[in-house]
Design a protein around this ligand. Structure first.
Ligand code: NAX
Length: 328
């Protein structure tokens, strides 16, 4: 049995958390050998509801769940956190301008970054799920000067998993045989889901696609627009699949990626592939010993380059807007 790990989750009373917390408690995120201490954060208005979630967690009688603490104060909630999953964010509501959205989230993620800086464990790993995820992560990172920048990441694993699912559906191959999918850029409709390096059973996935238009006319837009399609079908945004992806992201970061495969994570750029240094952009990464490495030296054709450039341009705009607003 490993030492217990303290996991802080914001937005604890929300939809995604409802799909996430029980699986963290069951050991699905960190392994059946790792006890967990949960620290759940909410805004004051949702603390009552969060208490109900905590009661249900208790009622799971999870053998690995050592404790549950609740707070509406990030300076308390992140204390000692080894893992921080930032799910809570201000959603865009009717009549809200984009700048209002950035400002509302800027306030939240500035404070949470500072609180993580002051009170989390030295080895803290941060995953931002709340949208706009990449830029919220950038703000938190910018406000946590004592935490190594590479510990701040944002979630594109749901996009990655969606891309695997679409390729599986198209080819009839089981998801387990598919490897080396890459999501580049922003977790938004500009993201670039890339099959150029993907394999099915070790052979190039594109060899199994006989109509080349499928890639540009179907696969890429379907993955980009999948969040909207879920909202239209379900009447609410992706929750269980987002929770599952958050679990996958942390699991692989902590426990490592499979030999010969990689995953997609939005991480501070080291300048790879022409992405400006420090921008939190999605890359294919491998993980080992609790750290990730951007997959180096993938050949990119002109199509891939222009798609990456477009999504990175959007990230640069978002970054510059929050810098102008004084959040980073
Ligand atoms: P919900 O509205 O169900 O839950 C969010 C919860 O966060 C609410 O209970 C709210 O009170 C809480 N919250 C807000 N501000 C907070 C703060 N400052 N501190 C602590 N808690 C706070 O939304 P849910 O469906 O759970 O989605 C959460 C976020 O994930 C949204 O921003 C959503 O856009 C984003 N998503 C990101 C995805 C990704 O792939 N990166 C995919 C799914 C999802 O759309």
């Amino acid at each position: 049995r490993n030492a217990p790990v303290t996991v802080a989750v914001t937005g604890g009373a929300g939809q995604i958390a409802y799909g996430l917390l029980f699986r963290i408690a069951s050991g699905a995120m960190l392994g059946a050998d790792t006890p967990v201490r949960l620290r759940l954060l909410e805004i004051p208005a949702a603390v009552g509801s969060l208490e109900g979630v905590a009661m249900e967690l208790e009622d799971g009688a999870f053998p690995l769940l050592e404790s549950i603490d609740i707070s509406d104060d990030p300076w308390v909630g992140f204390a000692g956190a080894n893992i921080a999953v930032l799910v809570g964010a201000r959603p865009r509501t009717a009549g809200m301008e984009r700048s209002d959205l950035l400002a509302a989230n800027g306030t939240i993620f500035t404070e949470q970054g500072a609180a993580i800086n002051a009170s989390a464990a030295d080895d803290v790993k941060v995953l931002v799920v709340g949208n706009p995820a990449n830029t919220n992560a950038f703000i938190a990172m910018s406000n946590a000067p004592d935490v190594p920048a590479e510990r701040f990441t944002a979630m594109t694993r749901l996009d990655h998993n969606r891309a695997i699912a679409q390729l599986a559906k198209k080819t009839g191959a089981p998801a387990a045989d598919i490897a080396r999918i890459a999501i580049w850029g922003n977790h938004s409709a500009t993201q670039f889901p890339d099959l150029a390096h993907a394999t099915i059973d070790g052979r190039p996935a594109l060899d199994r696609i006989d109509d080349p238009a499928w890639l540009t006319d179907d696969f890429i837009p379907t993955v980009q627009q999948r969040g909207t399609a879920i909202i239209q079908a379900r009447g609410a945004s992706s929750a269980a699949s987002a929770a599952s992806a958050a679990l996958d992201h942390i699991h692989d970061w902590v426990r490592g990626t499979a030999e010969g495969d990689w995953v997609s994570m939005a991480v501070p750029s080291d300048g790879s592939y022409g992405v400006p240094e420090g921008l939190i952009s999605s890359f294919p990464v491998t993980c080992a010993n609790g750290t990730y490495t951007i997959v180096p030296d993938l050949p990119l054709d002109d199509f891939a380059r222009s798609r990456i450039e477009a999504t990175v341009a959007e990230l640069i705009q978002e970054r510059d807007a929050v810098i102008d607003l004084g959040f980073a």
